[in-house]
Design a protein around this ligand. Structure first.
Ligand code: FEO
Length: 403
């Protein structure tokens, strides 16, 4: 896979990682790409590098278009190692290139590669001319490190957006419309929930900064490039930033002998009766990133645990930190679980979740040992009640969270 032309004077020159299976805990079953872009006017700019071990691929792709020694500018939108790891190889091949980064980026690269290079800071609204093309810099801190920026090429309408709008998918096709819009969007959503959702307010500012641009293409630092389907992508991002809840419920449970699992199944039926789509995950089988992607716009999250040593079943308790990732304290949560003699898991779960700031339903559902037919009926009814409870607004917190 060599360089891919995106527009007159602009090429994708990155690398595909078919083997990647995890990124900061986010499952990446389809691998990923590290996108670098070459912009060729009278002068030549390279936007971002790739992981260290993909540096040779990057330089080979650049060589298909220009001699790397001709690169005048290397722009670091983001200094995380998946985009800066090969900088040393790039700068060795392009000894006359000027390295540009945001003010924070200068510090970050300076910390990561002490005394190695002279790095020039560019600020919000600064621009460089490549002759017939120009590149403008837009500060977008926290997306997803404090130094991150986007780069805009107005003559071609291409926004090099860095991590936002990205997805972890390895494909030989470079454009989302070639891969399949719905397919790419599903991975984009997971990526957002796991890596961007915690910085919704920063993303909202970035989206408002770029709203007036005549964008024809969004070129993120991971996964396919967006041209057709742009409107849908931006609308989906708006919904995600605003935490627009969907009529869905997520059940997360653990089970030792099947009692709590049986409760989860019956509660799921009740939630469905109440008008919610439901997905249930056993914490000992599920991938946390799937649960996060599924639950972050759920009206309600139900957590089930059997009682273990008068407390919460450890695999369930160990799962709770994963729920913090989207940083949504307005989330509505309900708890349930089976017990043998003493009970205690539901109460303890409520305490933990309240201490984390979640809005916890006051009435946990507990069942002794295995639910019989009557108890299954109670569980189903409980699911209906929770569905009704969840229809209430999550309050102003959900809206203000994005402000
Ligand atoms: Fe793709 Fe934040 O690195």
């Amino acid at each position: 896979m060599g360089a891919v032309k995106m527009a007159e004077g602009i090429w994708w020159v990155g690398a595909i990682d078919w083997e990647l299976r995890g990124f900061h805990g986010l499952a990446t079953p389809e691998g990923s790409t590290y996108n670098s872009y070459l912009v060729v006017g009278d002068k030549v700019a390279l936007i971002d590098a790739v992981k260290t071990d993909a540096g040779a691929t990057l330089l080979r792709n650049v060589s298909e278009i220009v001699d790397p020694a001709r690169i005048d500018y290397v722009i670091s939108n983001h200094s995380e190692p998946d985009h800066s790891g090969a900088l040393a190889q790039v700068l060795e091949a392009a000894p006359d290139a000027r390295l540009l980064a945001s003010k924070e980026g200068v510090k970050r690269l300076g910390d990561m590669f002490p005394s190695q290079w002279e790095i020039e800071a560019v600020g919000d609204g600064d621009r460089i001319s490549l002759g017939n093309l120009s590149l403008h810099f837009i500060n977008t801190p926290l997306l997803h490190w404090p130094e991150t920026m986007m780069t805009w090429c107005p003559e071609r309408g291409v926004l090099f957006s860095c991590d936002p709008y990205g997805a972890h998918i390895a494909t030989t096709e470079r454009f989302a419309d070639e891969v399949g819009i719905d397919y790419v969007l599903a991975y984009t959503r997971t990526y957002f929930a796991y890596l961007i959702a915690a910085y919704r307010s920063a993303m909202k500012k970035a989206a408002s900064k770029t709203a007036s641009l005549d964008i024809k293409m969004i070129a993120p630092s991971h996964g396919p490039i967006w041209r057709d389907g742009l409107k849908l992508l931006l609308e989906e991002y708006r919904r995600w930033i605003e935490l627009e809840l969907e009529d869905r419920a997520t059940i997360i449970y653990g089970s030792m002998w099947g009692g709590t699992r049986k409760m989860a199944e019956a509660i799921a039926e009740g939630l469905k009766d109440g008008g919610l789509d439901v997905r249930a995950f056993n914490v000992e089988l599920a991938d946390p990133s799937d649960v996060i992607a599924e639950s972050f716009l759920s009206r309600v999250v139900l957590i089930g645990s059997p009682t273990f040593e008068s407390g919460v079943y450890p695999p369930v308790e160990a799962f709770i930190p994963w729920l913090r990732i989207p940083r949504d304290k307005s989330r509505q949560v309900a708890v349930f679980g089976s017990f043998g003699w003493s009970g205690g898991a539901a109460r303890r779960l409520q305490d933990i979740l309240r201490s984390e700031g979640y809005r916890v339903n006051d009435e946990p559902l507990t069942i002794r040992f295995f639910p019989d037919a009557d108890a299954v009926g109670h569980c189903r009814e409980y699911g209906r009640r929770i569905a009704e409870w969840s229809q209430g607004e999550r309050g102003e917190e959900a809206k203000t969270a994005a402000e």
